[in-house]
Design a binder for this molecule. Structure first.
Ligand code: SF4
Length: 207
């Protein structure tokens, strides 16, 4: 089954609880004002790959980095829910937790009934929903960008964190690649991003 991938990160501690691998899919039709990753919007960009190849990378992350779970980000994960639901199901069978982001609210997803959406949610432990609203930034809860967005604990796996979210700091990871480019991920306030981009003036920054 094919996946249009933006980026695979074998190890992160910024996109959910504990050590995780992260899958950013390519393509998002939601186009939130102030989106931090507009280069993930075009569904024809990115890398054409498939479930098997990504699963191999996830298994390698587990072996090498002892990850406890995977996180699906975008782009919009529910535009490719069918393929991601296969990965999510396999991850759960393998003992890995699953965290899934969406720019759609859960109620919208129920109405849209996208192929694979139900199965993806059924295999998700933490579900983060809603579009980014630039005028309502959230500096209290981790992982998300605005106060309208929800963090839903769909299973008991991380339920104990539900009332402790403000204890998780926002994190930013920056990688200097062998080819001289810099990759970054995580969630920090827009002003911090602007300062960083100014400091990185002249350096090619990829997210
Ligand atoms: S849903 Fe996410 S990726 Fe899509 S436009 Fe909004 S912030 Fe950007």
């Amino acid at each position: 089954m094919k996946i249009q991938l933006h980026r695979f990160l074998p190890l992160t501690t910024s996109e959910g609880p504990g050590k995780r691998a992260c899958v950013w899919v390519q393509g998002c039709p939601i186009h939130c004002k102030g989106c931090g990753v507009p280069w993930t919007w075009n569904p024809n960009h990115g890398i054409r790959t498939n479930v098997e190849e990504i699963w191999t990378q996830i298994e390698e992350s587990k072996r090498k980095h002892d990850i406890e779970g995977i996180t699906f980000l975008g782009g919009e994960p529910f535009e490719q829910a069918e393929a991601l639901s296969v990965l999510a199901e396999r991850a759960q069978e393998d003992g890995l937790s699953v965290m899934t982001f969406s720019g759609y609210y859960r109620e919208q997803l129920e109405e849209l009934a996208k192929p694979g959406a139900e199965k993806l949610l059924a295999n998700t432990d933490i579900f983060l929903d809603g579009p980014f609203e630039i005028d309502h930034p959230d500096h209290v809860r981790p992982w998300i960008g605005s106060t309208n967005q929800g963090i839903h604990f769909l299973t008991d796996r991380y339920k104990a964190l539900e009332n402790k979210l403000s204890e998780f700091p926002d994190r930013l990871e920056i990688y200097l690649k062998d080819d001289g480019t810099i990759e970054a991920n995580g969630m920090v306030p827009t002003e911090v991003w602007k300062r960083l981009l100014k400091d990185f003036n002249g350096v090619k920054l990829k997210r």
